[in-house]
Design a protein around this ligand. Structure first.
Ligand code: BES
Ligand code: MN
Ligand code: ZN
Length: 495
């Protein structure tokens, strides 16, 4: 799908979508179109009880008097609440309706309230359009004609085309990174195993990212027995992926760091999961995909920051060599862990990855992302990710960035009363905490591998995969976390 910015005017071919805020009567462009169509537009809007409220869309086919296949009117909510993020739905709604409709070209016109930065809003329109148009068709050998995408061109009207293009440049880099991450998450687990993930991450070298990959031998030398134990039952080699983007003026300035859980398939291991729905566990590398996507975004838009991305890549399988419930392993930190459930493997991956990260890079802070617990899905549902942190400022910044990007977080409690639930009778800790507060005891476990530095953990088990299309995300892999963290970096850590 091609995105163009054009002079703002009503086209004489294809379809037109207009974004409008809530209003009693027709204004501006809508009023003009209504005149040309001799009142047909107003009648259609009235007949569908359109007010311009957020989420409303009216689709008028072959509107009288206009050379258009369709006129879409998209409600953007109250003018006084309008922020540039609202604009995104003009792009996403139009593409959702038109992608496989037979239409080839759509023009998007945004009727903006006063005092809104047009370029920024239009970049969001473009981002909504491209992200909602995401498809993954690599493995289809046949497809019905009517299921194939037809929409090829999205023209976005601007009063200042050059400014809009400039704003899109940065947003486009982020959009490409989200697409890259969604592809990683969607790939089947027989194709995307740890070495293949690492190989694909090497593509980031083209953007100027330094990429290193450690294999099992090197990890064993470092004492990373927590993550290695998880991969012990797999034929595939466990990998540690280390990415560095040095975009700050001072290449030696203290970096920010992001760590991802990359379990390319989670069977549960010997504590095996039930058969129904196990295929979903291909997305148990969603945290690692988000971290890799974030590095892609930062490098793609040449962010003025030094950033580290580390991913623990491993497959959790049961076999004759697999780790057993009851095993005790010594992590890289020296702390010992009693493995009571081999399905609580994500925290074991993060334990060594976080320890390695803070010791080698001495970052300002670490943020980890992981599809860590089913319990966070029960607690928060599938639209909001859990935020756990030892630092109020870091937490507040992440919450704000999430709101602005439509990738919301909710802060969860932590503390001593939860921490003691993972004490083990025979080792320093056990890897499960019992029936209650499962997402919190998982976070407490991870925190034991973080020294004094500021740290936040995002449990994205509910948000990494969408059960149905919503806003700028089609059904499937979301890429959740990339936009949020990109903004978080842009707003606070670029010199
Ligand atoms: N990968 C799962 C968590 C998960 C569940 C992610 C559903 C996405 C959707 C994780 O490794 C896991 O199995 N967690 C266990 C922990 C339990 C054994 C303490 C869980 O949540 O049941
Ligand atoms: Mn598991
Ligand atoms: Zn898992």
């Amino acid at each position: 799908m091609q995105i163009n910015f054009v002079k703002s005017e009503v086209p004489d071919e294809g379809s037109l979508a207009i974004g409008v805020t809530e209003n009693e009567e027709l204004t501006g462009l809508l009023q003009e179109l209504d005149k040309t169509s001799k009142g047909a537009v107003e009648r259609a809007l009235k007949a569908s009880r359109f007010t311009g409220a957020k989420g409303q869309v009216v689709e008028i086919l072959a509107p009288a008097g206009l050379d258009l296949d369709r006129l879409l009117v998209v409600g953007l909510g109250k003018a006084e609440d309008f922020k540039s993020e609202r604009a995104e739905s003009l792009g996403s709604q139009a593409v959702a309706r038109l992608l496989t409709s037979g239409e080839k070209t759509v023009t998007l016109l945004l009727q903006l309230p006063k005092d809104v930065d047009e370029a920024e809003a239009l970049a969001r329109v473009a981002q909504g359009a491209s992200l909602r148009g995401y498809r993954f068709d690599h493995y289809r050998t046949t497809q019905k004609k009517t299921d194939k995408p037809t929409l090829a061109k999205v023209n976005i009207g601007a009063s200042d085309v050059a400014e809009a293009k400039k704003a899109w440049r940065a947003a486009e880099a982020v959009t490409k990174a989200v697409v890259f991450a969604r592809d990683l998450v969607t790939e089947p687990p027989n194709v995307l195993y740890p070495e293949e993930f690492a190989k694909r991450a090497r593509k980031l070298e083209d953007l100027g990212v330094d990429v290193e990959v450690l294999g099992e031998k090197e990890m064993a030398k470092l004492g990373m027995n927590a993550i290695l134990g998880v991969g012990q039952g797999s034929e595939r080699e466990t990998q540690l992926l280390i990415m560095q983007w040095k975009g700050a003026r001072d290449r030696n300035a203290q970096p920010v760091a992001f760590v991802g859980k990359g379990v390319t398939f989670d069977t549960g291991g010997i504590s095996i999961k039930p058969a129904a729905g196990m295929d979903a566990m291909k997305y148990d590398m969603g945290g690692a995909a988000a971290v890799t996507g974030l590095m892609h975004a930062l490098a793609g838009r040449k962010a003025k920051v030094n950033a580290i991305g580390i991913c623990g890549l491993v497959e959790n399988m049961p076999d004759g060599n697999a780790q057993r419930p009851g095993d005790v392993v010594k992590s890289m930190s020296g702390q010992t862990i009693e493995i009571l459930n081999t399905d609580a493997e994500g925290r074991l991956v993060l334990a060594d990855a976080l320890w390695y990260c803070q010791n080698r890079f001495k970052p300002k802070f670490m943020v980890d992302l992981a599809t860590l617990t089913g319990a966070i899905r029960i607690a928060l549902g599938l639209d909001i990710a859990g935020l756990f942190s030892n630092n109020d400022e870091l937490a507040a910044r992440l919450l704000a960035a999430g709101k602005a990007e439509g990738e919301e977080l909710w802060r969860m409690p932590m503390g001593e009363r939860y921490d003691k639930l993972i004490d083990s009778p025979i080792a320093d800790m056990k890897n499960i905490g019992g029936q209650f507060g499962g997402s919190i005891t998982a976070a407490q476990f991870i925190q034991r591998f973080v020294n004094k530095l500021p740290w936040a953990h995002l449990d994205i088990a509910g948000t990494a995969w969408a059960e149905e299309a919503r806003n700028s995300t089609p059904k499937g892999a979301t890429g959740f976390g990339i936009r949020l963290l990109n903004r978080f970096v842009a707003d606070h850590y670029e010199a």
